[in-house]
Write a protein that binds this ligand. Sequence first.
Ligand code: G4P
Length: 529
Amino acid sequence: MTFTEEIKRRRTFGIISHPDAGKTTLTEKLLLFGGAIQEAGAVKSNKIKKGATSDFMEIERQRGISVATSVLAFHYKDKKINILDTPGHKDFAEDTFRTLTAVDSVIVVIDVAKGVEEQTEKLVEVCRMRQIPMIVFINKMDREGKDAFDLLDEVEQKLGLQVTPLSFPIGMGYDFKGIYNIYEKNINLFTGDSKRNIEETIAFEDLSSPELERLIGAKAASTLRENLELVEGVYPSFDREAYLTGGQQPVFFGSALNNFGVWELLDCFVEIAPPPRPKKAEERVVEPSERQMTGFVFKIHANMDPKHRDRLAFVKIVSGTFERNKPYLHVRLDKTLKFSSPNAFFAEKKEVVDQSFPGDIVGLHDTGNFKIGDTLTEGEVLHYKGIPSFSPEHFRYINNADPMKAKQLAKGVDQLMDEGVAQLFTLELNGRKVIGTVGALQYEVIQYRLEHEYGAKCTYEPFNVHKACWVEPSDPNNPEFKEFLRVKQKFLAKDKRGQLVFLADSAFSLQMAQQKYPSIKLHFTSEFE
Ligand code: G4P
């Protein structure tokens, strides 16, 4: 296969949803259909169970599983499909945001009864801002839920999407009879058992044919005809270009648990979803078809075994062919590195691989060289964009609880921050360290890991911050900037990269600062033009 064909056949995507909508179930069914696993239940849920805050074994178990399920690859038809796992738990939302920088498209799963939920809103917003192509899958049609048209409205309004249904349910819950596949113009009838084999598929182009009555009964037939007429009248027809540029989102209905509507989704997905897309670096846009290898680290996973401290850095290949034992430039360190055992991922296994192509993810063993966002090239100085830090939600001082272990603590904190577990801020006034996280759960994870992996102990102290804002560098002689630095000294810190951050203690003080110092630009993410 040529290099161009290798690129064209890759589909790298993520499934996003609010917890419990059916992401794990759908992932498993896709793997099942791809022949990558033989039975349901093979993919372990990476969910953190409720109450996990006090159950460290659960957190550890979760970390182990999430390595295995970080990338799930399989072949379907002539395509190589890479599913990147995105944690649904909101305390790990930042992990998911970073993973979204490595996908070329996403599938959004929505529960038919619950409709659009909070976590879905946040994740879809990120995808929308980045113009990532999205397909929506409305799941659990075997249960009573919202009316299909009401749901489509809700998706448009709450998620700001422009939808067009490519399949439509025939009934729902107890009366769920099947799916009309608008994309392929055929009907799939539901028999209610959850075997992997697909039920009868009936090609059906002429909706006015009395055959429809015979198949699904008079009432369902007339409702379906009315619904499809309405779909045609209200929604634009599918426009691939609009889908690829984030302007239109096709919708499928089904039941992942019952394998229903999943073929329709997968068959259409492999046809319409984009192959690896070009990516912006600070210096220029890189095309996948370029021969020189480039890639970036979007995730770092620590080894669970404290005796082997090495980590696995997940690199998305953007262009060229990644080869085992070939020297690559680690741009940030200006250092050449070779990798003797890069891992590729297949189903739930990982194995050493000689070559990887754009769209693929390789796992590199790392002894502390990598940070999230690092770029690898064949020599060109490139910095991939798009892995910003967001303002954390929680802030606490971190104190050393064992004076003999100060070094271990510093090293542990440093490495955990590189992994992206949380963000570290150092106060300008007194050098005290503050840890910012998305969820309260991370504080326990950090404390536990510092102790078990680094032999260090820490305690926390509350620190009241409303929001962290990154301060755009300004002329040091600008009197307004000088005054800002002086007056706000108590609230200023440096992040890990040395960028200046304003830790506003309330919405009011943030607003006041913006009014009083209009020439100082404050940003809610660490990356700005
Ligand atoms: P998540 O990864 O998005 O968090 O969701 P997951 O797939 O774990 O699914 C959440 C629950 O919803 C699971 O039930 C799962 O069996 C169920 N589910 C998924 N798809 C469907 C569907 O099409 N129809 C129906 N009726 N249920 C569905 P659970 O009881 O929480 O877990 P389990 O004990 O069955 O694993």
